[in-house]
Design a protein. Structure first.
Length: 133
């Protein structure tokens, strides 16, 4: 589970009969503190790549924007790939199963549009192997 702020607008891709995958970066910050001896420990911010599938990806596309605060639950995944220069790279991603928008709605938002994100949208193994990212 993570709570943090969205770093940029979600990137959403559609494939195979209206199936969607969304990706965004989430910043989580551990607050700094002062040790008893007076040493200052600064804030520490970590960036996490979140991946959303199917209906949850469509909800992200519609309702999540840069700067929003999110609560997400999911599974950590590691993958490797070859970049354009042929260098082997690794990526750590969070495959999101459920999320909750913690940012307040804008004043001009309609209250008739509920956001139901408490669903399980975990991809199958076949989906994991055929990601468009």
């Amino acid at each position: 589970m993570l709570i943090g702020n969205v770093g940029q607008e979600p990137e959403v891709k559609y494939f195979e009969a209206d199936q969607a995958v969304a990706q965004l970066n989430l910043a989580t910050t551990e607050r700094g503190y002062t040790l008893p001896n007076g040493t200052q420990i600064p804030d520490r911010t970590e960036w996490h790549t979140l991946v959303f599938f199917r209906r949850l990806a469509k909800i992200v596309e519609q309702y999540v924007h840069k700067g929003d605060k999110l609560y997400v639950e999911g599974r950590i995944r590691y993958r490797s790939y070859d970049d354009r220069a042929g260098v082997r790279r690794t990526a750590t991603e969070i495959y999101v199963d459920s999320m909750e928008l913690l940012s307040p709605k804008p004043q001009n938002a309609s209250s008739s549009a509920p956001v139901d994100t408490g669903q399980s949208t975990s991809p199958s193994q076949a989906d994991n192997e055929a990601l468009p990212f």
